[in-house]
Design a protein around this ligand. Structure first.
Ligand code: FAD
Length: 287
């Protein structure tokens, strides 16, 4: 019954992968994607390494995803540390390979998230500028990043929402959020976006907790808050154990169910190149 109801509600999902660095990791990538493909995601996106370090790998994997699965594939692209000409070349490469979806990002300086970003004089200034540049090169479907807990470099909410609005006005069709673990942050953020006249989908980025210690470290880096209740839930529980898996599934299930009840119909899953938890959540969402 819930299955039929969710199907009828038109829930759609996208899956984010990262480009694998070793042969074994690449095997795991395809294994996970093969398991997830029958869920017919609206798109599969492949991230771009810090400072563009994975450029070739991203391009290769995105093209392969499309070729092997027939699914719509999106390439992440950052402009940090590159000239406009270099970035434009990458965009043209995507175009040549039939990739017309891009997740356009500024990226972080090599020193890390929160360090002051200095645009290169010959580079794109920020993500909004990058979106304009991509649009000039072709008719791409562009997604951008959004931050329900505010980007660490933003001085206040007016600046944060203004920055997102610039990205949408430049031609992005949707925003995908950074991971968050308290849905209240998402609802408040959504309200702020709507009040500012941003009407595109604000797709929640869902991070299933495959490994609590690892996810906590990553969340700390991008300043996504882990509520105390969640830390207590996983305290002393070893990653890889059945108990950890059960807690992770229950946690993510609670998060997506609440979002669904609140009216969300599009979800983006940070898969970490793994399939189990995402399959469980997709089933819960009626797929
Ligand atoms: P922007 O929107 O350009 O700006 C981020 C912040 O910088 C703004 O909030 C604002 O405070 C400030 N700012 C922007 N413009 C100006 C300006 N002109 N003057 C002063 N301040 C300004 N990183 C990767 O390296 N590879 C990836 O594949 C990747 N994928 C991601 C996917 C998602 C869904 C998300 C949420 C993030 C991803 N990131 C990725 C991380 C992203 O690159 C960082 O969060 C980065 O710090 C900001 O990128 P942005 O596109 O949001 O930047």
């Amino acid at each position: 019954m819930a299955y039929e109801a969710n199907r009828a509600r038109g829930v759609s999902m996208s899956f984010e992968f990262f480009p694998p660095k070793t042969e074994a990791a690449e095997e795991k990538f395809w294994e996970s994607l093969t398991a997830l493909a029958p869920l017919r995601p609206s798109m599969v996106s492949v991230t771009y390494g810090a400072g563009g370090s994975d450029r070739e790998r991203t391009t290769r994997m995105v093209s392969e995803v499309k070729r092997r699965t027939g699914l719509d594939a999106a390439a992440h692209l950052t402009c940090v540390g590159a000239s406009r000409a270099e970035v434009d070349d990458v965009v043209r490469g995507y175009q040549t390979n039939g990739i017309n979806r891009i997740v356009a990002l500024r990226g972080d300086p090599p020193a890390g998230i929160g360090e002051k970003f200095e645009a290169r004089p010959d580079g794109y200034r920020d993500a909004a500028d990058l979106v304009s540049g991509i649009k000039r090169l072709g008719d791409f479907d562009i997604s951008v990043a959004a931050y329900p807990e505010m980007h660490p470099e933003s001085r206040d909410w007016a600046f944060e929402i203004g920055n997102l609005k610039r990205k949408i006005d430049a031609g992005a069709s949707r925003a995908i959020t950074q991971m968050f673990f308290d849905n209240a942050d998402y609802w408040q953020f959504l309200e702020r976006c709507r009040a500012a006249g941003i009407s595109v989908p604000i797709v929640p980025g869902i991070q299933p907790i495959h490994n609590f210690a690892q996810v906590s470290r990553f969340a700390a880096k991008c300043k996504a808050r882990i509520p105390d209740e969640l830390s207590r839930r996983f305290e002393g529980v070893q990653a890889g154990t059945e108990l950890h898996g059960m807690l992770a599934a229950a946690t993510a299930a609670q998060q997506v169910t609440e979002l669904l009840e609140g009216g969300v119909r599009t979800f983006h899953f940070f898969t970490m190149n793994r399939s189990e938890l995402v399959i469980a959540l997709a089933r819960l969402l009626g797929h």
